[in-house]
Design a protein around this ligand. Structure first.
Ligand code: ZN
Length: 209
Protein backbone atom coordinates (compact mmCIF):
# COMPACT_ATOMS: atom_id res chain seq x y z
CA UNK A 1 0.00 0.00 0.00
CA UNK A 2 1.40 3.38 -0.95
CA UNK A 3 1.47 6.51 1.11
CA UNK A 4 -1.10 8.13 -1.15
CA UNK A 5 -3.47 5.25 -0.45
CA UNK A 6 -3.05 5.95 3.24
CA UNK A 7 -3.39 9.68 2.94
CA UNK A 8 -6.40 11.04 4.74
CA UNK A 9 -9.18 12.96 3.10
CA UNK A 10 -10.30 16.12 4.89
CA UNK A 11 -13.69 16.14 6.49
CA UNK A 12 -16.15 18.71 5.18
CA UNK A 13 -16.30 21.69 7.49
CA UNK A 14 -19.14 24.17 7.64
CA UNK A 15 -18.24 27.57 6.23
CA UNK A 16 -14.92 26.28 5.02
CA UNK A 17 -14.05 26.72 1.39
CA UNK A 18 -12.90 23.66 -0.52
CA UNK A 19 -9.52 25.26 -1.10
CA UNK A 20 -9.01 25.92 2.61
CA UNK A 21 -5.94 24.66 4.47
CA UNK A 22 -8.02 21.72 5.75
CA UNK A 23 -7.97 20.39 2.24
CA UNK A 24 -4.26 19.96 2.59
CA UNK A 25 -4.20 17.20 5.16
CA UNK A 26 -3.57 14.56 2.52
CA UNK A 27 -0.78 16.64 1.05
CA UNK A 28 0.71 17.16 4.48
CA UNK A 29 0.73 13.46 5.20
CA UNK A 30 2.53 12.82 1.94
CA UNK A 31 5.10 15.53 2.62
CA UNK A 32 5.66 14.38 6.17
CA UNK A 33 5.99 10.76 5.22
CA UNK A 34 8.46 11.52 2.48
CA UNK A 35 10.49 13.76 4.78
CA UNK A 36 10.41 11.46 7.79
CA UNK A 37 10.78 8.30 5.80
CA UNK A 38 14.39 8.80 4.80
CA UNK A 39 17.76 8.76 6.45
CA UNK A 40 17.35 6.12 9.11
CA UNK A 41 20.14 6.03 11.62
CA UNK A 42 21.67 3.42 13.82
CA UNK A 43 21.81 3.64 17.55
CA UNK A 44 25.40 4.87 17.62
CA UNK A 45 24.71 7.69 15.22
CA UNK A 46 21.74 8.66 17.33
CA UNK A 47 23.93 8.68 20.43
CA UNK A 48 26.25 11.07 18.62
CA UNK A 49 23.31 13.36 17.87
CA UNK A 50 22.26 13.26 21.52
CA UNK A 51 25.77 14.13 22.68
CA UNK A 52 25.91 16.93 20.14
CA UNK A 53 22.58 18.34 21.32
CA UNK A 54 23.83 18.20 24.93
CA UNK A 55 26.93 20.09 23.88
CA UNK A 56 24.82 22.75 22.16
CA UNK A 57 22.44 22.97 25.13
CA UNK A 58 25.38 23.44 27.51
CA UNK A 59 26.53 26.32 25.32
CA UNK A 60 23.02 27.81 25.36
CA UNK A 61 22.67 27.38 29.12
CA UNK A 62 26.15 27.62 30.65
CA UNK A 63 24.77 28.03 34.18
CA UNK A 64 23.24 24.56 33.92
CA UNK A 65 26.10 22.93 32.06
CA UNK A 66 26.72 20.17 34.63
CA UNK A 67 23.06 19.23 34.92
CA UNK A 68 22.77 19.06 31.14
CA UNK A 69 25.85 16.86 30.93
CA UNK A 70 24.08 14.34 33.15
CA UNK A 71 20.84 14.43 31.15
CA UNK A 72 21.79 11.87 28.54
CA UNK A 73 19.43 9.20 29.85
CA UNK A 74 16.47 11.52 29.40
CA UNK A 75 17.08 11.43 25.68
CA UNK A 76 16.01 7.85 25.08
CA UNK A 77 14.14 7.74 21.75
CA UNK A 78 10.44 7.05 22.16
CA UNK A 79 9.34 6.59 18.57
CA UNK A 80 10.70 4.82 15.50
CA UNK A 81 10.53 8.13 13.60
CA UNK A 82 13.31 9.37 15.86
CA UNK A 83 15.71 7.44 13.65
CA UNK A 84 15.38 10.54 11.49
CA UNK A 85 17.93 13.13 12.52
CA UNK A 86 15.87 16.30 12.70
CA UNK A 87 13.07 14.56 14.59
CA UNK A 88 15.34 13.17 17.26
CA UNK A 89 17.40 16.35 17.56
CA UNK A 90 14.22 18.41 18.06
CA UNK A 91 13.09 15.98 20.76
CA UNK A 92 16.46 16.26 22.53
CA UNK A 93 16.55 20.04 22.20
CA UNK A 94 13.17 20.52 23.87
CA UNK A 95 13.97 18.17 26.73
CA UNK A 96 17.36 19.75 27.34
CA UNK A 97 15.85 23.24 27.36
CA UNK A 98 13.36 21.97 29.94
CA UNK A 99 16.22 20.63 32.05
CA UNK A 100 17.89 24.04 31.94
CA UNK A 101 14.62 25.74 32.86
CA UNK A 102 13.94 23.31 35.71
CA UNK A 103 10.71 22.32 33.94
CA UNK A 104 8.98 18.96 33.91
CA UNK A 105 10.67 16.62 31.43
CA UNK A 106 7.89 14.01 31.45
CA UNK A 107 5.22 15.53 29.14
CA UNK A 108 5.41 14.78 25.43
CA UNK A 109 7.65 16.95 23.29
CA UNK A 110 6.50 18.69 20.14
CA UNK A 111 8.44 16.06 18.18
CA UNK A 112 6.61 13.28 20.02
CA UNK A 113 3.26 14.92 19.31
CA UNK A 114 4.20 15.19 15.63
CA UNK A 115 5.14 11.50 15.51
CA UNK A 116 1.80 10.58 17.07
CA UNK A 117 -0.12 12.92 14.77
CA UNK A 118 1.59 11.45 11.74
CA UNK A 119 0.34 8.00 12.70
CA UNK A 120 -3.17 9.39 13.08
CA UNK A 121 -3.20 11.28 9.80
CA UNK A 122 -2.01 8.24 7.91
CA UNK A 123 -4.97 6.26 9.19
CA UNK A 124 -7.92 8.57 9.42
CA UNK A 125 -9.16 12.04 8.52
CA UNK A 126 -8.65 14.56 11.29
CA UNK A 127 -10.63 17.57 12.33
CA UNK A 128 -9.51 21.12 11.78
CA UNK A 129 -8.26 21.67 15.34
CA UNK A 130 -6.26 18.43 15.30
CA UNK A 131 -4.68 19.45 12.05
CA UNK A 132 -3.97 22.84 13.62
CA UNK A 133 -2.23 21.07 16.49
CA UNK A 134 -0.13 19.09 14.07
CA UNK A 135 0.98 22.29 12.34
CA UNK A 136 1.65 24.05 15.66
CA UNK A 137 3.78 21.18 16.93
CA UNK A 138 5.61 20.82 13.63
CA UNK A 139 6.65 24.45 13.78
CA UNK A 140 7.37 24.36 17.53
CA UNK A 141 9.72 21.44 16.95
CA UNK A 142 11.57 23.44 14.33
CA UNK A 143 10.96 20.82 11.66
CA UNK A 144 11.58 21.76 8.01
CA UNK A 145 9.36 24.65 7.09
CA UNK A 146 7.15 24.63 4.05
CA UNK A 147 5.52 27.86 2.87
CA UNK A 148 2.06 26.34 2.94
CA UNK A 149 2.50 25.23 6.56
CA UNK A 150 2.72 28.83 7.76
CA UNK A 151 -0.37 29.75 5.77
CA UNK A 152 -2.35 26.76 7.01
CA UNK A 153 -1.20 27.34 10.56
CA UNK A 154 -2.43 30.95 10.59
CA UNK A 155 -5.77 29.76 9.26
CA UNK A 156 -6.23 27.02 11.83
CA UNK A 157 -4.99 29.11 14.74
CA UNK A 158 -7.51 31.80 13.80
CA UNK A 159 -10.32 29.24 13.66
CA UNK A 160 -9.49 26.96 16.56
CA UNK A 161 -6.84 28.52 18.77
CA UNK A 162 -8.49 27.61 22.09
CA UNK A 163 -9.32 24.08 21.00
CA UNK A 164 -5.77 23.61 19.74
CA UNK A 165 -4.54 24.74 23.17
CA UNK A 166 -6.70 22.05 24.77
CA UNK A 167 -5.53 19.44 22.29
CA UNK A 168 -1.90 20.34 22.91
CA UNK A 169 -2.30 20.03 26.66
CA UNK A 170 -4.05 16.68 26.23
CA UNK A 171 -1.51 15.33 23.74
CA UNK A 172 1.52 16.30 25.80
CA UNK A 173 -0.04 14.76 28.89
CA UNK A 174 -1.11 11.62 27.02
CA UNK A 175 2.38 11.14 25.60
CA UNK A 176 4.12 11.77 28.91
CA UNK A 177 6.85 9.32 29.90
CA UNK A 178 6.41 8.72 33.62
CA UNK A 179 10.04 7.95 34.46
CA UNK A 180 11.60 10.56 32.20
CA UNK A 181 13.03 12.75 34.91
CA UNK A 182 16.35 13.48 36.48
CA UNK A 183 16.73 11.74 39.79
CA UNK A 184 19.82 11.74 41.91
CA UNK A 185 22.89 12.68 39.90
CA UNK A 186 25.97 10.75 40.94
CA UNK A 187 29.04 12.22 39.26
CA UNK A 188 32.40 10.48 39.35
CA UNK A 189 34.18 13.81 38.97
CA UNK A 190 34.98 13.05 35.36
CA UNK A 191 33.16 14.03 32.16
CA UNK A 192 34.16 12.11 29.05
CA UNK A 193 37.22 10.88 30.92
CA UNK A 194 38.44 14.32 31.97
CA UNK A 195 38.58 15.54 35.56
CA UNK A 196 36.01 18.25 36.12
CA UNK A 197 34.71 20.34 39.00
CA UNK A 198 31.12 19.22 38.45
CA UNK A 199 28.66 20.49 41.03
CA UNK A 200 27.32 16.95 41.33
CA UNK A 201 30.66 15.35 42.12
CA UNK A 202 31.03 16.36 45.75
CA UNK A 203 27.54 15.55 46.87
CA UNK A 204 24.33 14.19 45.48
CA UNK A 205 21.52 16.48 44.62
CA UNK A 206 17.99 15.38 44.18
CA UNK A 207 16.49 17.45 41.41
CA UNK A 208 12.91 18.37 41.42
CA UNK A 209 11.20 17.87 38.12
ZN1 ZN B 1 29.31 15.62 36.56
Amino acid sequence: MTTSNLSPRPRPRPNTASNSPSAGTGDLASIVDSVLGGSLAGIFERMDWAEDEIKKARARHPKHSDRLYHSFLLLTPTHERMATEFVYRAHCRELLDRVAAGADTRPGTAAEVCCAMLEVTLRTPIRSAAFGLYLRMWRAAGFPEYPEFAEWSVHHEALDHTTIDDHEQFARRKLAVADRRLGVIDCSGQHHGDDVSCVYAASQHKLAS
